[in-house]
Design a protein around this ligand. Structure first.
Ligand SMILES: Nc1ncnc2c1ncn2[C@@H]1O[C@H](COP(=O)(O)OP(=O)(O)OP(=O)(O)O)[C@@H](O)[C@H]1O
Ligand SMILES: Cc1cn([C@H]2C[C@H](O)[C@@H](COP(=O)(O)O)O2)c(=O)[nH]c1=O
Length: 696
């Protein structure tokens, strides 16, 4: 495989190559269909059981709504912490079986009280099921496919709503026909829908049961404290609060949902203020859905060259701008167009945030984090939907008259939407700045690159090359991906062709570097753990010495210098792995190397599980190798993203094929790039290999 691998958006390949994800997705589709159908059936049952009394009907319907939302708002963090301790597959299977039993019990009981109790219990079960599902998806697909996995999961969740609506209509019609034949359907119009819905959960449980879900990773606890539920919850919150990325992300998501709550709470009044009745409202609702669908589905493809963090902040800011424009244009047709834009930006922000959460949150706190986000967003939506109409009323109708001849009158709902839009826009800018992983690179040039994919070279610092330069090649990839093996094979081949070859490595390519390597990889740090910044500086120090002492002199002689790791390892391990700002790590390396970049970087791509298996025979794992699987997954993703951004200077090879196959592909790619050999083929001296610790 020679193609550079940016995020992969191939849906068919995803479903074909990852059978466990396919099953999970199928069950998600069924459960989501069941959720929507269940909601309609519960509302139908509430109305059916209070038929004839309009007040009672509206109280019953509202109670069902409140019971659906309240448990997640109140108990989300608790359920999330519990979900992180339970077996995820079992949680989902038991959750689906319980929902099957509860849904089937509603028409059998035929009582309003049981409808309320069952609704509450169903939501409580869903509280555990949701985080277990959200936390599982990132373990079933490779990191670069997580975005498309989230896209189709969101499509399954929300796309099943209209299908469930249609099914509900058909099933209620069918009830009228069948109740003569099937006496148990005589209870109510929504009963058949309730039974069909129950069966969807049964099937979903059977599908999940067959999944092979990798066991969760459990990180050692700080200070060796025994796990308690309270500590789990606090740890989850601390985890979110302690990471600038997650803080920005969660803050941004809450504001986005608040803006959504404003639109939901004020949409009807706003449309009326524009003189449009029900049809106008229908158009606006359709515009929101169309926009969100477009944003979720196409947004990540359109902006695939932009980092996800930037995409999130940008989409949120533009959602704010769109909301302001919706509110001020004063025309239902134009407003609907801006509503599409609003939905598009929101959908794009949502899918980016979801993917970032899946990639950046360690496996053992992922359930809590998703639960925390889920419950906080519900609280925010409910609060905003309740408060927004009051704010709109308080603002009242206002007339703005910029000149004597021109004045515009805005309803309170429009003004409240302007306020919400401004807050969303500002929150987007704050999130963008807090999470930015490309500081120093202008957004404009990033956008130009994202849309044209031609501007890449303009951004790179010009490599500082010695006057008579050989060829500089860096091997990159995870621990155990086969870099040493490939460097040795390549050095032999190059030597045969008459090249002078220097085989070297980072860290530890010099005597000073070997001392640094000892600190970096063997440091146990019980008394004084190495901080991420100290670690980044030590790797940079090793690199500075390495470039000055080994790489530059080798290139000056016209040698081919093969290094086992270089700058990209810092970007991947310290940047993505330790979550240091990538641009700062890059600046550090640029300074250390005086801008010297490899002529070619070969990324040996292998999944962290296979790499760990290859390392299993070694005496002991070093400090970096012992990091979590999520850490190594982020590292891998970063290598692939770097390669995707500059395909001309990278070669990504599938390192799960045999060493000989990998070597053959590398030779084929390299041959036309190499300078002329300085010696006679077959007579060059043995490659100079910088001494380093020998691995078992
Ligand atoms: N393509 C391959 N297929 C299967 N096994 C391989 C392949 N390449 C290397 N190996 C084996 O995997 C192990 C790790 O290989 P190697 O030491 O070359 O990796 P590395 O990337 O240099 O590791 P590290 O980063 O830890 O130094 C070795 O046992 C090696 O024989
Ligand atoms: C250069 C560099 C390396 N690392 C990490 C990557 C590996 O886990 C070790 C080196 O071990 P290897 O057996 O020589 O591959 O160090 C890093 O985190 N940052 C860097 O810049």
């Amino acid at each position: 495989m020679t193609a550079a691998a940016a995020p992969d958006h191939d849906v068919r390949a995803l479903l074909r190559d990852h059978p466990d994800f396919r099953r999970m997705w199928l069950s998600l589709m069924l459960s989501s269909f069941g959720d929507w159908l269940g909601m309609l059936a519960k509302l139908g049952t509430a109305a059916g059981l209070t038929v004839g009394d309009a007040t009672q009907t509206s109280v019953a319907v509202s109670t069902v709504f409140i019971l659906q939302l309240a448990p997640a708002a109140l108990l989300g963090p608790l359920a999330g912490a519990l979900a992180d301790r339970l077996d995820r597959r079992l949680t989902m299977v038991v959750g689906d079986l319980l929902r099957f039993a509860l849904f089937i019990s509603i028409p059998i009981a035929g009582s309003l009280t049981w409808l309320f109790v069952a609704t509450l219990l169903i939501e409580l079960v869903t509280l555990f099921w949701g985080p277990a599902k959200d936390a599982t998806v990132p373990n079933l697909v490779p990191a670069r496919k997580l975005e498309v996995a989230n896209q189709i999961s969101l499509v399954a969740t929300y796309g099943s709503a209209p299908v469930a609506g249609l099914a509900f209509i058909l099933l209620t019609l069918l009830t009228g026909v069948l109740d003569n034949l099937l006496p148990f359907l005589r209870g109510g119009q929504s009963d058949l829908a309730m039974y069909v819905n129950a069966v969807t959960f049964l099937v979903a449980a059977a599908v999940i049961w067959r999944l092979d879900i990798p066991p969760r990773e459990v990180r050692p606890r700080e200070g060796g404290l025994a796990p308690t539920l309270g500590r789990d919850i606090v740890e989850g919150w601390r985890f979110v609060g302690g990471s600038p990325l997650l803080r920005g992300l969660v803050f941004g998501m809450l504001v986005a949902f608040a803006a959504g709550g404003v639109v939901l709470g004020l949409g009807r009044a706003f449309v009326t203020s524009l003189g449009a009745g029900d049809p106008g409202y229908g158009v606006v609702v359709m515009a929101v859905f169309a926009g969100v669908a477009l944003g979720v589905w196409q947004g990540p493809r359109w902006l695939s060259g932009l980092s996800r963090r930037r995409t999130f902040g940008l989409a949120l800011s533009l959602a704010g701008v769109s909301l302001v424009l919706v509110a001020v244009v004063g025309n239902i047709v134009v407003a609907s167009l801006f509503v599409v834009a609003l939905g598009l930006c929101t959908g794009l922000a949502y899918v980016s945030a979801y993917t970032l959460l899946g990639l950046e949150v360690d496996d053992d706190v992922r359930g809590r984090t998703f639960a925390f986000v889920g419950s906080s967003t519900r609280v925010v939506i409910i609060a905003v939907m309740l408060v927004a109409p009051w704010v709109a009323n308080a603002l009242g109708e206002r007339t703005i008259a910029p000149s004597e001849h021109w004045s515009v009158t805005y309803a309170g709902s429009a003004l409240a939407m302007v306020v919400a839009g401004v807050i969303t826009g500002v929150a987007g800018v704050v999130s963008f700045r807090q999470m930015d992983d490309r500081r120093g690179t202008s957004l404009r040039s990033d956008l130009v690159r994202a849309f044209t994919r031609r501007g890449e070279a303009a951004e790179d610092p010009a490599p500082v090359r010695p006057p008579a330069s050989g060829f500089f090649l860096a091997f990159e990839g995870g621990d155990g991906s086969g870099k040493t093996t490939q460097a040795t094979l390549l050095a032999d081949w190059l030597t045969q062709r008459g090249h002078e070859v220097v085989v070297t490595r980072e860290p530890g390519g010099t005597a000073t570097g070997r001392e640094l390597r000892e600190v970096l990889l063997s440091h146990r740090g019980d008394a004084s753990p190495l901080s991420p910044r100290a670690e980044a500086l030590l790797f940079a120090a090793d690199r500075a010495q390495h470039v000055a002492e080994v790489v530059q002199p080798g290139l000056r002689r016209g040698a081919v210098v093969l290094t086992d790791r270089y700058v990209d390892s810092s970007l991947a391990y310290q940047g993505a792995g330790r979550d240091l700002p990538a641009s700062e790590v890059e600046t550090l390396s640029t300074w250390a190397t005086q801008g010297l970049l490899p002529d070619l970087t070969v990324v040996l791509d292998v999944d962290p599980v296979t790499a760990a298996q290859r390392r299993a025979g070694r005496a002991a794992e070093d400090r970096m190798e012992a990091e979590s699987r999520a850490f190594h997954a982020r590292v891998r993703e970063q290598f692939l993203l770097l390669a995707g951004r500059d395909p001309r200077r990278y070669l990504v090879l599938d390192a799960t094929t045999s060493p000989e196959t990998v070597h053959a592909k590398l030779r084929e790619h390299l041959e036309p790039l190499l300078p002329a050999a300085t010696g006679v083929p077959g007579t060059a001296p043995e490659p100079v290999t910088v001494p380093g610790p020998v691995r078992s």
